[in-house]
Structure formats: structure tokens, C-alpha cells
Ligand binder design. Sequence first.
Ligand code: NAD
Length: 438
Amino acid sequence: MKIAMIGTGYVGLVSGVCFSDFGHKVVCVDKDPRKIEMLERGEVPIYEPGLDVLMHKNVEAGRLSFTLDLKTAIDGADAVFIAVGTPTRRGDGHADLTYVMAAAEEIAKAATGYMVVVTKSTVPVGTNRKVKEVISAAVPGLDFDVASNPEFLREGAAIDDFMKPDRVVVGVESDRAKQVMADIYRPLYLRDFPIVTTDLESAEMIKYAANAFLATKITFINEIAALCEKVGADVKSVSKGMGMDGRIGNKFLHAGPGYGGSCFPKDTMALARIGQEHAAPISIVETVIKVNEDVKRRMIDKLADLCDGGFNGQTVAVLGVTFKPNTDDMRDAPSLTIVPALVGGGAKVRVVDPQGRREGEHLLPGVTWEEDPYAAAKGADLLVILTEWNEFRALDLSRLAGSMAQAKLADLRNIYAASDAAAAGFTAYESIGRVGLT
Ligand code: NAD
């Protein structure tokens, strides 16, 4: 199969590379010349474990290439995937479809023969039909089909998620499009990974419903954690005991500083707006959005309590600013709420992150970047673990405590235990949903 992938971000690049690894011929297009220049030099513009090796392999095999020119990319393509961003629209919380519709129009103008236009971006129900209208209006009589193929990969584990998915969702309207999609995903189908084939609207809805459900699960355990702190229960034991119930499952039950990232915040917001517009409000999701903001604010209060009420004059070392480990993605990360509160409150903030510095330098003004946790903690009054990178999971706590001006630890990912912190010489330790040490 010949595939064109529009957008070389986290989803487009991973999907393009993986499709080429399936044996298809893939051309990836982006309108950002910086990204295409990097890709042509063999450099990966994002941090995603394993992506560089797989990309080089398929470029060398002649199955994968990159271009700024959409017309070249879609020439003779069986399918054109739209994998551009759908950020929150300013002002109303809706998904901004500007990039999707612009891509659809460009595809229409460059099309030469039958192709399936596949939307991989996360888009509100009804968008695939609008894509169809836009293409038909731009070039009346063009022979094409549309398909919805939402993506479920997680940054940091994206290749594995793409190659070994829990399921692939395909929304189609014609047998011809269904066949093209089946041919594209044949390697997964042959290995018994389930393909859910449905109508366009259901495919679009599956993606939003799945993300909103996961955001709800995280938020649920975060609220239980707050209650655990009041009643003296341990949220780690609570989630373990809950998660062993097969009906509940143990994933997405880790209490933390609130969900963030490029998907959950914007997708919950978009789903809430879709519900309101159709007079079918999804109150549970509206509440989740509000509670998640409360959770992030509670983190600031927790840190302020550890600093005896305020941040003025305090030196705070923050470990991790990306929204989760193994990615350089900072979009809607909890650090973007918490770090400015520290800086704004008058703290001197030192930051360490294995991959977050490139983005973080623009997004977190007023902080000092350090190379490692020990340099960051030296002489500090408070150490905050904000992202659970592996690098922060086996720290020499005694060395850290011994080098700090005040040995206080806020472990917002529940990596350590109060007893570890006490044994290492910390005088204060707070985590999420567990009895602390003060
Ligand atoms: P991104 O911002 O990383 O990448 C989008 C890319 O599209 C950019 O490089 C941009 O330059 C390019 N682009 C925009 N318009 C273009 C055009 N007309 N022609 C060529 N290139 C164009 O976005 P992302 O994180 O990859 O997300 C893409 C979509 O996938 C979103 O709808 C998102 O919700 C969804 N999604 C993301 C994830 C994730 O983990 N990031 C997971 C599942 C689904």
C-alpha cells in the first residue's frame, strides 16, 4: 500500500514510521520546514523511545520519506492520513478543527485518483462528514472515501502501543474503504489484534469516550486520595485493593498531581462542549474537569504548607516537568500550574528533567535548570518530585537530605514512603493520599 501521512507530530510520525515497518510505502508531510529538515537529516524532532532506530531502518529500506510538498506525498496514495493537531479552541473549549479542514482542502486540490482520506486526529463527532463535504466542495466529482481511525497510542510507549494495540478502531461508510483499511492493518489483523469496524460517528465517539473515562478514573482516585489523607488511609493500598477487582482494573488508579498532557485536558473539554451543544450534558466529565483543576491547586497548598505557609525566599528543587515520564511533551503538564505558583510566590526554583528542558525553557520562565537532582537539591529548602522518571525512582535520599538547607520532600508521585524519607534524614515528607511525616 502507498500511504501519505499529514502531520509529523507525536501521532503522525509514530504512525508513519510504524506503517512503513509493516511494509507499506509511506511519505510523511509537514508544513513545518524545521521538522522536515531534521527528519531528512535523520533526526527525530520529538523524544519517543525507540523511534529513531525504527525510523532509520525504514528510511534505509526505501519505504519511508519526508517532504514539505503534500502533492508529491499523495500522488498515487491508497490512503491519506490526517494526523494534525486539534487543540482547544480559544474561548469556548471546543476542538479547533482549523488544521484538519485546511489539510482536507489541500488533499482535495492535490488528489489525482481514488483514495481514502483517513482522520487519525482526535475529532468531534461529525467531523469526518465535514471533511467529506469540504473535499467534495473543493473538487466536485472527486472519487474518494473518508474513514475515521482514532489513535490510542501513549507517548513514551507509542511504538509498542501502535504495534501491539488493544484494538484498532475503524469507522467507514463503504466496502471499498473498509478493504483499504483492512489491507493497511493486515499485519495486525494476522496477529489477532482486534479491529473494531463501525460507522464514522461511533468511531469518533469511541476516542472521546475512552479518554474521558480514563481521565475520570484518574480523577476519581485523586479525590479518594484527598479523603485518605483526612481519614488516615493509604491510597496506594486502596488502589491496589480496588484494582484487583477485574471489573475495575489496576490501570490509571495512581494518585498524583492531576492529569495533564496533550490529550486528556483538551479531549474532556471538547466532549463536555459536544454534550452541551446537543443538549445532552455529560455532567460527570464537566465535574472531572473542575476537580482536576482543584487537584492541581491542592498541590500548591500542600507545598505551601511544607514551606510554613508561603514560598517567599524559599529555594525549591523540582524533579520532572514533563506531563509524564519518557516524553518531552509539556502540553498541559501539572508543572505549568505548580512551578509558576512557586516562582510567583517568591521562591527560587531549580528544575531538573531528562527531556523537558527544550520545551520547558520557554514555558517556565524564571527557573534555573540543573543537570541532576543532587545539584538541584544542594542548599534547597524543599525537594518536589513532580514527574516519575526512572531517574528519580532510586535516589540516594540520605545524600539529598544531607545537602539541603531544610530536608523536606514533597513526593507528588508516591515513589517513596514516609519511613524511607525519615530514615534518610528528611524532617518533613508529604505525598498523595498517605499519612506524611511532619
Ligand atoms: P502535534 O502538534 O505533535 O503534531 C501535529 C503536526 O501537524 C505538526 O507537526 C504540524 O506542523 C503539522 N501540521 C498541521 N497542519 C498541517 C498541514 N496542513 N500539513 C502538514 N502538516 C501539518 O500533534 P499530536 O500530538 O501528534 O496530535 C495529533 C492528533 O492526534 C491530535 O488530534 C491529538 O488529539 C491526537 N492524538 C494524540 C496523541 C498523543 O499522545 N499526542 C494520542 C492519540 C491521539
